[in-house]
Design a protein around this ligand. Structure first.
Ligand SMILES: Cc1ncc(COP(=O)(O)O)c(C=O)c1O
Length: 462
């Protein structure tokens, strides 16, 4: 179907009449009408009006191998004809889940030999909460049930995932967090008072974990859950000193470390897993998104030896699971997706080619009058829009300058996300150098448009 065969007004009307979107003000959306995305190829998507957009968010951090991969469609088709679905509950198993679990155990850091499958990252993190608490029960320490996460970390939208997430506005809806989950500050140096060097601040932020452990009593603390790089919180790349100090602290108190790699897993930071970039040794790894490049829903938890031994050898039945845990078609697509990633050596492409090239281009945006700070790692990047470049003063959040910039991006053919006044990207891992040039030029153009608008509205300092 080409663009002209879509009746955008009709689609928008039915969309607002019947479809409640995730994380959306339905009434506000109805006022302007949703953009209807109708097809995609490589790193581009097209809407029902025929506009092409460079998708610098990989869908929602997931389309690692890009759009239009016939091999993934064929893998799903083959598997659906062979065995579209069967469960793994009743002493049964399915070949694609066995093969995918085997493959993940090979790709994961040493010691991760077991996998629990879910349908999403949120379910993965709910699984983490239950596994962590079960582990300590089996260790004879049921009082160790408090899980520490971080303000502005994002771990999903189920009751457990949203509780781990450190967003007040999410907690305010639905009586969250659930008991036994507490939060510490995030390692966002540019968002701090910048009184310390980034290195010193990284150590300080890690030590907030130690302070919280001591405040609660180490005998009550079960685990620390964090993303290697905070994604949905605005691509917060921690100072290099942060993770080694966190590792020292969790080791010292014997608490479990959970690396939520729903974004950072599968090559995003230039290694198969984000923890390998930082050299941390987690006990559990949550994954989703890029494991199938988003072509089908699949998530899960990689379970390290320490937890696996206890759960398996002493745990008996683990009273947890989902109808679609180990869904054969999703697993078949994941296997094909991982095969593509390996054949195209995508983690290396990110680490040695696209990542450094993006870093150079993206961080050069700091010369723009609106940009206070710009940072990239692998293929994630974020910049902070500021009202006063010399002091680094932020805009009044009520002005929603990030949203203004995001709208200019969409209008200019670029999907870039705004988190407050941080503008963030996570393009498909297959992005090439010429496409990165195109991306940076588009971002610059959108920043210029935003600057002109902000000046016209009299919002700029000086
Ligand atoms: C780090 C992280 N964890 C968990 C989730 C939740 O995953 P899902 O939306 O698949 O439930 C997300 C989603 O963006 C995420 O970024």
């Amino acid at each position: 179907m080409n663009a002209s065969s879509y009746d955008t007004h009709d689609l928008q009307a039915r969309d607002s009449a019947h479809y409640l979107h995730p994380f959306t003000d339905t009434q506000a959306l109805a006022g302007r009408g949703a953009r209807i995305v109708v097809r995609a190829d490589d790193i581009y998507v097209w809407d029902s009006e025929g506009q092409r957009l460079l998708d610098a968010m990989s869908g929602l951090w997931c389309v690692a191998v890009g759009y239009g991969r016939r091999r993934l469609a064929d893998a799903a088709h083959r598997q659906m004809l062979q065995l579209p679905f069967y469960n793994s509950f009743f002493k049964t198993s399915v070949v694609p889940a066995i093969d995918l679990a085997t493959r993940l155990a090979q790709l994961a850091p040493p010691g991760f030999d077991k996998v629990f499958f879910t349908n999403s990252g949120s379910e993965g993190n709910d699984t983490v909460i239950r596994m962590v608490r079960r582990y300590w029960d089996l260790q004879g320490q049921p009082g160790r049930d408090v899980i520490i996460a971080r303000i502005n970390g994002y771990h999903g939208s189920t009751m457990g995932g949203a509780s781990l997430s450190g967003m007040d506005y999410m907690h305010a809806q639905g009586g969250l967090p659930i008991p036994g989950i507490v939060h510490i500050g995030q390692p966002y140096w540019y968002g701090s008072d910048r009184g310390l060097s980034p290195q010193a601040f990284g150590l300080q932020a890690a030590r907030w974990l130690e302070h919280k452990i001591l405040e609660l009593g180490p005998e009550r603390v079960a685990a620390f859950v964090a993303e290697p790089v905070q994604g949905a919180g605005g691509v917060i790349i921690p100072p290099e000193t942060y993770w080694p100090e966190v590792q020292r602290i969790v080791d010292k108190y014997g608490i479990l470390l959970v690396s939520d790699e729903v974004i950072c897993g599968f090559g995003r930071l230039g290694r198969w897993f984000g923890c390998q970039h930082y050299g941390t040794r987690p006990d559990l790894i949550t994954f989703a998104k890029a494991v199938t490049s988003g072509y089908l829903p699949l998530g899960g938890v990689l379970v390290g030896e320490r937890v696996a031994r206890t759960l398996v050898e002493r745990g008996g039945e683990f009273e947890h699971g989902f109808t679609y845990s180990g869904h054969p078609t999703s697993c078949a697509v994941a296997l094909e997706n991982l095969a593509i990633m390996e054949e195209e050596d995508l983690p290396r492409h990110v680490r040695e080619d696209a990542g450094p090239y993006l870093k150079q281009g993206f961080e050069s945006l700091v010369d723009h009058p609106l940009v206070g700070h710009a940072q990239a790692l692998g293929l994630v990047a974020g910049l902070a829009l500021v009202a006063d470049k010399s002091s680094g003063r932020f805009f009044d959040p009520g002005l929603a300058v990030g949203m203004l910039c995001r709208d200019f991006c969409f209008d200019s053919g670029l999907v870039m996300r705004a988190v407050g006044d941080r503008m963030i990207i996570a393009p498909p891992l297959i992005i090439t150098r010429p496409q990165i040039d195109e991306l940076i030029a588009l971002i610059r153009r959108c920043l210029d448009s935003t600057l002109a608008e902000v000046k016209a509205r009299g919002w700029l300092a000086g």
